[in-house]
Design a protein. Structure first.
Length: 289
């Protein structure tokens, strides 16, 4: 529970009511208290029945003052604790991602935007944690601190390529979680080792790795996805900082778009426009293909 620091004299609204209504407003998509309060007033009857508001909906100035005075770290800690009581992360897929808040950038008149680290329960589509970071470049150093807020025991953590850092991997394992991290150009050594490993394998040797593939046709698009997975991590033996890796993977995605174009004779002919992407993965557990 967050302690109410406000003077009892002249207090017209309970702190818990202000916080509950602000959560509603945020879920509605509002990023400013002025418009949020207009929407809250429209639903005033509902909130009076829900919260027993004696003095109606607080003003936007009241909301603004409360959130300026309240410690963001305290609110985050209590909010995440509350969410963890409602939605357990144990055994679940938790995706961590950093985003710039556009509305904050617009209000800062071109100054550096506000960056937020988010943790999502993927299957439930629920935000289970959030932390502010000063700049995008600080995301790597902030993620281990962010993980301290979360109960990730038995959870599977995924982060984009910026999270493929051994200190982040070690933090996840130390909290009894598992990770699946993509390796791209930010980790060229690991990327080349994994790609080289799968290129050298004899694809008829089913004991060395598992593989699967899929093909999807959608009107004028053809998508092909192939994945390989191996629990042989000997290719990383010269990188002791990655001792927590228990499996590696490689996914190739290709997309072909068929477009109708006219040839010299004025006849319609199909032209292929294709793209291909290869992404390597490191895993702290043996998940299989």
């Amino acid at each position: 529970m967050i302690n109410d620091w406000r003077d009892e004299r002249g207090k017209r609204h309970r702190l818990v009511d202000i916080l509950i209504m602000s959560i509603y407003g945020t879920l509605w998509g509002y990023t400013d208290f002025t418009n949020m309060c207009k929407e809250l007033c429209y639903h005033e009857k509902y909130f009076k029945e829900l919260l027993g508001l004696e003095n109606g909906i607080p003003s936007h100035d009241c909301f603004s003052l409360v959130f300026r005075m309240m410690s963001a770290d305290v609110f985050l800690d209590k909010f995440v604790t509350w969410l963890n009581e409602l939605f357990t992360t144990r055994g679940k897929h938790v995706a961590i991602d950093g985003k710039a808040v556009r509305a904050a950038s617009e209000k800062s008149h071109g100054e550096n935007p506000l960056y937020i680290l988010n943790a999502f329960l993927v299957d439930e589509k629920i935000l289970c944690g959030q932390m502010r970071i000063e700049e995008k470049k600080n995301e790597i150093s902030t993620i281990p601190q962010f993980l301290d807020y979360l109960d990730i025991e038995d959870a599977i953590i995924t982060i984009d390529a910026i999270g493929a850092q051994y200190k982040i991997a070690d933090k996840i394992v130390s909290k009894h979680g598992s990770y699946i991290l993509p390796v791209k150009h930010n980790q060229p050594t690991i990327q080349s080792l994994i790609e080289g490993y799968f290129e050298c394998l004899d694809e008829t040797s089913c004991d060395s790795f598992e593989s699967t593939s899929s093909l999807i046709k959608d009107h004028d698009r053809v998508k092909i996805r192939s994945a390989k997975y191996s629990e042989d991590v000997s290719c990383l033996s010269d990188m002791p900082e990655w001792a927590s890796v228990r499996a590696i993977g490689l996914i190739k995605r290709s997309r072909t778009i068929l477009q109708d174009k006219k040839n010299k004779d004025g006849k319609i002919a199909n032209a292929d426009i294709g793209s291909e992407e290869t992404v390597c993965y490191i895993m702290s557990d043996r998940f299989g293909a």
